[in-house]
Design a protein around this ligand. Structure first.
Ligand code: DAH
Length: 420
C-alpha cells in the first residue's frame, strides 16, 4: 500500500472494502520485551540501545540507521519544535479538563496485538506487511502509530489521556517523509449514564443515535478549539474518513495561508475496540495527529530531516513555549544521480529506498520515480529513479556521491535488481 502524502492519519484510512471483516482477537500475553507504561514520566533514554531493536531473528527488518533514531525523545524536549508543539497541545487539553493524563514514555516496541489486533486492523491489512512496518520479531515491532497504546491505557482504567511518541514506518523519501516521526493521540470516554440509551443498538441505529452525535460533536468542537489554539482563528473542514478503530471516522482540514491542509484523523471509538479493552460499557472518542506535520507548518520548517539535526544553527533557533519562523541557513547545492534497473517480480520499493538510506543516510533528500518502461517482447519492467543528495551542513563533491551511488548499484543486486 502506498502511504499518504502526509505523515499520519491516512495510513490506516483504507477503504471500507479493503478493511473487510472484523477480527476477534484474544489478548496475546505481552512478552517481557514490552515494558509497562511509565505513567506519565519521561524515560525514553533507556530506549536508545540499538541492541533492543536489531535482534537476531529471521524476520527482523530494522537497519542500524533506524535503530539509532529510537530513544532520542524529541517530543520530550521543551525547546525542540516537536516538544514545543506537543506542550502547546497539552496545555490546551489540561486547560479544558485537568483530568487528562499525559503519557510520553511508553516503550516504542509494541506487540502486533497492541498495534493492530486490538484496533481491528486485520492480519491482511497492508499496513502490517514487512514492507511497511519495522518488525523486531514476528510478534513485536516498532509502533507505527501512537494508537498502539490506546487499548492498554483504557484497560488500565484511564478515561481521558494524551499519548505522544516517536513512530516508525518504512516509507518513500522526500522532504515530508522520514521513516521516524512523532504522533500525539488523544482519548476521552464519556460517563456510562450519558450513553446508556445506546446499549444494544445495531450499527445503523448507533450511527443515527443522539449519543453517537453527542460524542462526535464534542470531538469536533474540542479539535476545532485545538486548531484555533495552535493556528489562531482558522477555517476548518470536516470530511468522513475510515479507520478500522473508529466508527464514524473523520478527517479535519484547515485553511492555512490559502491552502487546505489535512491535519488529523479521528472518530468515535469502535465499540469492539472498547469491548476488547474491557470497557464495553463505555463510549468515547479518539484522535491522532502528526507532530512533524504541524511543526513544519507552524515553524515553516521546509525539510523533515531538520528535526533530527544536531546542528546548532537549527537547535539554537527555538525556545520553550514559542512558535517562531525558522530562518533557513544556507542550503547547500544538491547532487542528482539517476539509477535504472530491471525489476524482479517481487520488487518492494521500500526495500530499495531503505537500502539507499542505509548507504547514504540523511544525505538522501529525495528519491523520485522518473520513468517506468515495460519491454513488450520480454514483458520485463524497468524503473528509473532520480536521487537527490544534499547535505544540511556542507557542500558535497561529485566524487564522494559517486562512491555512494556505486555502492547502491552494487547492493541493489542483492534485491534482485538488474542495474542498467
Ligand atoms: N492512528 C492513525 C494513523 O496513524 C491516526 C488516528 C486516526 C488515530 C483516527 C486515532 C483516530 O485515534 O481515532 O494513521
Amino acid at each position: 500500500m502506498k502511504f499518504s502524502t502526509s505523515n499520519f492519519a491516512t495510513y490506516f484510512a483504507v477503504t471500507a472494502a479493503t478493511a473487510a471483516t472484523t477480527t476477534t482477537t484474544t489478548h496475546a500475553f505481552v512478552p517481557l520485551l514490552v515494558s509497562k507504561p511509565l505513567k506519565g514520566t519521561t524515560e525514553s533514554s533507556s530506549y536508545a540501545n540499538v541492541d533492543r531493536y536489531c535482534v537476531d531473528h529471521p524476520n527482523n527488518n530494522i537497519p542500524n540507521h533506524i535503530a539509532a533514531l529510537v530513544g532520542r525523545g524529541l517530543h520530550t524536549k521543551e525547546d525542540h519544535p516537536i516538544g514545543i508543539i506537543r506542550s502547546k497541545i497539552q496545555d490546551y487539553f489540561i486547560a479544558q479538563d485537568s483530568e487528562y493524563k499525559i503519557f510520553d514514555g511508553e516503550d516504542p516496541i509494541v506487540t502486533t496485538t497492541q498495534c493492530f489486533d486490538d484496533l481491528r486492523i486485520n492480519p491482511d491489512h497492508p499496513g502490517r506487511s514487512p514492507s511497511d512496518t519495522y518488525y523486531i520479531t514476528d510478534e513485536t515491532l516498532l509502533r507505527t502509530h501512537t494508537s498502539a497504546h490506546q487499548s492498554m491505557h483504557l484497560r488500565d482504567g484511564y478515561e481521558k489521556f494524551l499519548c505522544a511518541g516517536d513512530v516508525y514506518r518504512r516509507d518513500e523519501i522526500d522532504s515530508s517523509h522520514y521513516p521516524a516521526f512523532h504522533q500525539l493521540e488523544g482519548v476521552k470516554l464519556f460517563p456510562s449514564a450519558d450513553v446508556d440509551g445506546a446499549k444494544g443498538l445495531s450499527k445503523e441505529e448507533w450511527l443515527a443515535s443522539p449519543e453517537c452525535k453527542m460524542i462526535a460533536d464534542d470531538l469536533k468542537e474540542t479539535l476545532e478549539g485545538l486548531m484555533d489554539h495552535l493556528f489562531g482563528p482558522v477555517e476548518k473542514k470536516w470530511s468522513d474518513d475510515f479507520f478500522p478503530f473508529t466508527e464514524p471516522s473523520f478527517e479535519c482540514e484547515i485553511l492555512y495561508e490559502g491552502e487546505w491542509l489535512e491535519v488529523l484523523g479521528c472518530g468515535v471509538i469502535h465499540s469492539e475496540v472498547l469491548e476488547m479493552a474491557d470497557r464495553g460499557d463505555r463510549r468515547g472518542w479518539a484522535f491522532g495527529l502528526g507532530l512533524e506535520r504541524l511543526a513544519m507548518i507552524l515553524f515553516k520548517i521546509p525539510d523533515i530531516r531538520l528535526f533530527w539535526s544536531d546542528d546548532t544553527r537549527f537547535s539554537k533557533q527555538f525556545s520553550a513555549g514559542k512558535i517562531t519562523t525558522f530562518k533557513p541557513y544556507s542550503k547547500y547545492p544538491p547532487v542528482f544521480k539517476d539509477i535504472a534497473f530491471w525489476l524482479p517480480e517481487d520488487f518492494v520499493e521500500n526495500d530499495f529506498f531503505e537500502m539507499a538510506r542505509g548507504i547514504a543516510g540523511d544525505l538522501v533528500e529525495r528519491m523520485e520515480l522518473t520513468d517506468t518502461f515495460t519491454n513488450p517482447k520480454t514483458n520485463k519492467t524497468s524503473k528509473c529513479y532520480r536521487i537527490t543528495y544534499r547535505s544540511m551542513d556542507r557542500s558535497l563533491t561529485d566524487d564522494e556521491i559517486n562512491v555512494l551511488q556505486n555502492d547502491l548499484r552494487v547492493q541493489s543486486e542483492t534485491l534482485g535488481l538488474e542495474v542498467r
